[in-house]
Design a protein around this ligand. Structure first.
Ligand code: 13P
Length: 346
């Protein structure tokens, strides 16, 4: 492992004003997204959609540091035969790859899941590195409900995240460590805070035990938010203050950057929350790590709708993607305001 090189990549992933495009929806998930816009999910339509984004010059060069790809996409060529990985690299972006293989029920823990995919991961990482991947992602999911999460679910998922991260670093690939506490429940923001604190503490403990070099990784957490079904919504400032407090108490300063998932927040909420956190950071200059985005839904919902599977709509899809990428770039510097939302990117 060359830690200096891993650290250079990790810092580039969270470079000022840049964030990560999570375009790594599995075939099942992208089908659900395409169903909403009335597009049949085929190998070609998935390629065309992703090619549209990767050819968005301004977005990819100015606002996006890297792209998380799904296994199918990393091997695909654009319509003119250029590998999609090359399109990302030509725009100055870093290709990344989702390497977990989804979730399975965790035995003896009703309603809880464990992320799988460690078997043969070392061999798969070597192939992905050859294909151009310089970072990877593994997502663990922790649900909040009556009596859950259990210690077993938090611990086994943290253990798997650390095993994945250690294997990545050995393969000279920067691991994005993603322990996602879901926002599906009816819990309030304080319960989300408490569970996320438990999950992050456990994750960093496992990373330490398994000798993962913190300088060569990126954390991808959820924010502290109320569950979608909660009667008690939290405002933007409360989300920002509690999330910053939580991260300060759990994430060592050696970690170069934190890139949030959007987790089902609306586009504008995800941007407003990121912006408010960076405004706090700007005021205190007290944040040791970069705070940026690694959004899937919050970056792609608008371009998906604008594109809707039609070649004639490629420019509209690219404009919608560029706008969201620009808004989040501003938010990553604490320079966003809601009145910028009405001014579409050029
Ligand atoms: P969302 O931003 O849609 O939550 O997706 C990010 C991601 O990569 C989830 O694993």
């Amino acid at each position: 492992m060359n830690l200096a090189d891993l650290n250079t990549i990790a810092r580039a992933m969270v470079a000022p004003g840049k964030g990560i495009l999570a375009a790594d929806e599995s075939s099942g998930t992208i089908k659900k997204r395409f169903d909403v816009i009335g597009v049949e999910s085929t190998e070609t339509s998935r390629r065309d959609y992703r090619e549209m984004m990767f050819r968005s010059k301004q977005a990819m060069s100015d606002y996006i540091s890297g792209v998380i790809l799904y296994d199918e996409t990393i091997w695909q060529d654009a319509a003119d035969g250029t590998p999609l990985v090359k399109l990302i690299e030509q725009a100055g972006g870093i290709p990344g790859i989702k390497v977990d293989e989804g979730t399975q029920p965790l035995p003896n823990c009703p309603g809880e899941l464990i992320t799988v995919g460690l078997d043969k991961l070392a061999e798969r990482l070597a192939k992905y590195y050859k294909q151009g991947a310089r970072f990877a992602k593994w997502r663990a999911v922790i649900d909040i409900g009556a009596g859950i999460p259990s210690y077993a679910a938090v611990h086994t998922n943290a253990h798997a995240l650390a095993r994945y991260a250690a294997l990545c670093q050995q393969a000279q690939i920067v691991p994005i460590v993603e322990p996602e506490v879901l926002m599906d429940g009816d819990h309030d923001i304080d319960r989300c805070y408490e569970v996320t604190e438990f999950v992050l503490k456990e994750t960093f403990q496992e990373l330490y035990y398994q000798k993962v070099a913190l300088e060569g990784m990126i954390l991808k957490p959820n924010m502290a938010v109320a569950g979608k079904k909660s009667a008690k919504k939290a405002g933007v400032q409360e989300v920002a203050e509690k999330t910053v407090k939580l991260l300060k108490s759990c994430v060592p300063a050696a970690v170069p950057g934190i890139a949030f998932l959007s987790g089902g927040q609306s586009d504008e909420e995800a941007t407003a929350h990121l912006d408010a956190m960076n405004k706090i950071g700007g005021l205190t200059s007290g944040l040791p790590w970069g705070l940026t985005f690694s959004y899937g839904r919050a970056l792609q919902a608008a371009p998906q709708k604008a594109w809707s599977g039609k070649a004639d709509n490629v420019a509209a899809g690219q404009a919608a993607f560029t706008h969201r990428a620009k808004m989040n770039s501003l938010a990553s510097k604490g320079e966003w305001s809601s009145d910028l939302e009405s001014k579409k990117a050029a």
